[in-house]
Design a protein around this ligand. Structure first.
Ligand SMILES: [Zn+2]
Ligand SMILES: [Zn+2]
Length: 341
């Protein structure tokens, strides 16, 4: 029997009687972050990182019992020592460290090692067994320098202004949208937000994340639109909501944009490669930094990673999740957080 094991409701720790990121209601859930594929409704009690609590509260029933733990400070959960450590993925995202009888496991949740001013940077946590996501676990995924991507976004925005077009920039409403907004230069023009983005951006600001000024698109004047960049979730693409902006150019900011075919499949004008997950070199470096002897891979291209690790002397296996196979660029592993309006 291992300290954590996979059950039909997710990863379970029998010693402490709790689940990590269960996909069905359980008594005690430890949640890595507030994206839809990591949070189940109706759990008896939730434990999340302290900075992740306001974001999680926005996503759950207002009556949900949510307890916050400061990063790095151990708490006792049913006799098991649990601590949460920054994952660098979105605001409040955490890796879950579980220690019992001298054995240490870390569940990564989603993570990235690139800098992101909207959340606490990822930290390596030493462990015996590392349960890692591998959304982009293929050697073809290598992220370009962020400064280049941000320059490209501004160049596209300026060119659209010259052409009299609104710039519609799509990215997940929780996390990606705020990271994009943080990178935008408000001197170029007005930054407008879709309602779903606006809601989460407000939560970010309330927790102290500094972002340039934005205007909820619903309150904007149409004279602003040809100069504006509008940050919206991918589901808004092609909607009546998006068409209101008139002449427009559309772009999607996502790790999936690294692959030309993905870009072509979507009817968008531009793709910007910006991901909140580790790329292939980042994934291997992160695993190495944990010192883990055993790796469980989940969420993504597990087979490739498992084979690579086995060839390099690390015990590795894939674990299935309910969301396995949801790799479509429109759904993504974060598709559940999108709002239709
Ligand atoms: Zn996520
Ligand atoms: Zn995820």
């Amino acid at each position: 029997m291992t300290l954590l094991r996979l059950t039909d409701r997710g990863l379970y720790c029998e010693a402490g009687d709790f689940f990590v990121d269960p996909w069905a209601a359980v008594d005690r859930a430890i949640v890595t972050h507030a994206h839809g594929d990591h949070v189940a409704w109706g759990c008896g009690a939730y434990l999340a990182s302290a900075p992740g609590v306001p974001v999680l509260r926005e996503r759950l029933d207002p009556a949900a019992r949510i307890r916050g733990a400061a990063y790095g400070v151990p708490v006792d959960v049913g006799g098991v020592r649990v601590s949460l450590h920054p994952a660098g993925h979105i605001l409040g995202s955490a890796q879950v460290r579980v220690e019992h009888q001298g054995e240490v496991w870390v569940v990564s949740g989603d993570y990235k090692t690139e800098p992101d001013p909207t959340c606490t940077p990822w930290e390596p946590v030493r462990c015996d067994t590392f349960v890692t996501e591998c959304t982009f676990g293929l050697p073809v995924y290598r992220w370009p320098a962020q400064s280049t991507v941000v320059d490209d976004i501004h160049a596209w925005w300026r060119a659209n202004q010259v052409a009299g077009k609104a710039s519609l920039l799509f990215g997940y409403a929780l996390g990606k949208a705020q990271r994009l907004i943080a990178a935008l230069d408000p001197e170029v023009g007005p930054i407008l937000t879709h309602g779903a983005v606006e809601r989460m951006t407000r939560v970010y600001r309330e927790t102290g994340v500094r972002l340039p000024p934005t205007t909820h698109a619903a309150l904007s004047d149409r004279s602003m639109w040809p100069r504006a960049i509008v940050v919206a979730p991918p589901s808004a693409d092609g909607s009546a909501w998006a068409r209101r902006f008139g002449a427009q150019s559309t772009a999607f900011a996502s790790g999936w944009m690294a692959i030309r075919g993905t870009r072509r499949r979507r009817a968008i004008d531009r793709g910007f490669t910006m991901s909140d997950h580790v790329d292939w070199p980042g994934l291997l470096a992160a695993i190495d930094a944990t010192g883990a002897r055993r790796v469980w891979a989940t969420h993504g291209y597990t087979a490739t990673l498992v084979r690579w690790l086995q060839e390099h002397g690390i015990e590795a296996r894939a674990i299935e999740t309910r969301y396995e196979g949801e790799r479509d660029d429109t759904a993504g592993d974060e598709g559940g957080v999108e709002e239709p309006t």
